[in-house]
Design a protein. Structure first.
Length: 429
């Protein structure tokens, strides 16, 4: 039996394992070991590369931003930011839903996690929406959709991984995601406004400047944390890793000494929860490096590049790349999707004339849309588990948000300055 047939059988086998629910790390690991044996690629390389794959300073930001998200939740900062968003938008039809999406954007600007954003803001705002005249199913869908910006608005855990895999400056990737992330928030708020106006959902509150000012003062710790991350990285004062470390320190001090909602006795529990998430992500990143080596040896990039070359027009090439990302996002989580496709598609897009930072944003926005796209849709599962509302019920109510995000994605893809304009003013170059 020839090598090509054996690799095909191995690929089919691990795909079946994935469908049966085997952890993605083991699925990729089995494929790596099997293919290494088939092509007589030394297994010693696997062990060495697993170690060296994580020996990268920029990856230190990963556990630190995960910890930041847990700290601001435990410190009560996320609740104060949600209250501020509601005081600003509660007077508009659908204002509480729009505030939920806005709060997701603010939380994303500190945490960098989509599931964390959905779970944290959703647990605060979904019950409030249900009590204030919104359909509970729509409220759950709003939390799920709002969480998609968790990996686009900087800091972003997946941007760190993408930068590591493609050897791109993480600071530049963060800056590139700012305006597209804001556009996604606005697009979803527009969809929320339309749906709530159509169905008359939501109770309106008075626009009270004093209440806005009061809630803003209460949320000042969140604004400071956002300012540390964005100003530090945008100005070049901090690297992403340094910004993460400073933000963790600030949130810890704020939670222990200012809000006093973090008890010293609870710190081990918070650290353990963050460590568990890091422990799931880090092995995947390490094994992805080995996988990339094997895909390169097998000529996967050349094969896909050959297919794309048949399309000719750069616009069709970009659309084909976007289609592949979206289709993969319906069945894969963002990390394996990025690990598998980004090293293959990024060079193709670059050869078609797409700026690397711009394509990174395009790729990861497509990844983010996958969080609310069945049959996988991680954020939909998070919202379902959080509210007890059946998964497919939430799917039906998330469609308007999905359409809004698709429209925003097209604007991001075909208007490059949205991703690249701010880079000329940054101090990271």
């Amino acid at each position: 039996m020839d090598n090509g047939t054996l690799i095909t059988l191995i690929s089919i086998g691990v795909t079946i394992l994935f469908i049966l629910g085997v952890p993605i790390f083991l699925v990729i690991g089995f494929w790596v070991v099997g293919c290494s044996l088939v092509i007589d690629f030394t297994l010693a390389n696997v062990g060495v590369t697993l170690f060296e794959g994580l020996s990268f300073f920029g990856l230190l930001a990963l556990p630190l931003f995960i910890l930041t998200g847990d700290l601001i939740n435990a410190a009560g900062i996320a609740k104060r930011m949600s209250d501020f968003a509601y005081s600003v938008m509660g007077w508009i039809r659908g204002g509480l839903g729009m505030a939920t999406i806005g709060a997701c954007g603010m939380f994303a600007a500190i945490s960098g996690s989509n599931a964390g954003t959905t779970a944290t803001i959703g647990s605060i705002m979904q019950p409030e929406m249900a009590k204030n005249g919104y359909d509970a199913r729509f409220a759950a869908a709003t939390a799920a959709a709002g969480g998609t910006v968790g990996i686009i608005i900087p800091p972003s855990i997946i941007f760190i991984v993408y930068g590591f895999l493609l050897d791109l400056p993480i600071s530049d990737l963060f800056i590139g995601g700012m305006l597209p992330g804001i556009l996604m928030v606005i697009a979803m708020q527009a969809a929320c406004f339309y749906m709530c106006r159509k169905h008359k959902w939501g109770h309106l509150i008075k626009l009270e400047p004093k209440k806005i000012a009061k809630s803003a003062l209460k949320a000042y710790l969140g604004f400071i944390a956002i300012g540390i991350v964005i100003y530090g990285i945008y100005s070049g004062t901090f690297s992403p890793t340094e910004a993460a470390g400073v933000t963790v320190g600030f949130c810890l001090i704020a939670g222990v000494l200012v809000t006093r909602q973090i008890k010293i006795s609870k710190l081990p529990e918070i650290l353990l929860r963050s460590g568990q998430i890091t422990g799931m992500l880090a092995p995947l990143i390490a094994i992805s490096v080995v996988m990339q080596q094997l895909l390169s040896l097998l000529g996967a990039g050349e094969v896909v590049n050959g297919w794309m070359a048949l399309l000719g027009d750069p616009t069709f090439v970009l659309l084909a790349c976007m289609f592949l990302v979206l289709m993969a996002g319906t069945v894969l989580e963002s990390l394996p999707n990025t690990i598998i496709l980004a090293p293959i598609l990024a060079p193709i897009a670059y050869n078609a004339g797409v700026d690397p930072i711009h394509f990174a944003v395009i790729f990861l926005v497509g990844d983010a849309i996958g969080f609310i796209t069945p049959p996988y849709g991680l954020n939909l599962y998070v919202a379902s588990g959080m509210t007890g509302i059946p998964y497919f019920t939430i799917v039906r109510f998330v469609v308007p948000y999905l359409l809004a995000l698709m429209a925003a994605w097209m604007i991001i893809a075909f208007w490059p300055p949205l991703s690249t304009y701010l880079l000329q003013f940054s101090g990271t170059g």
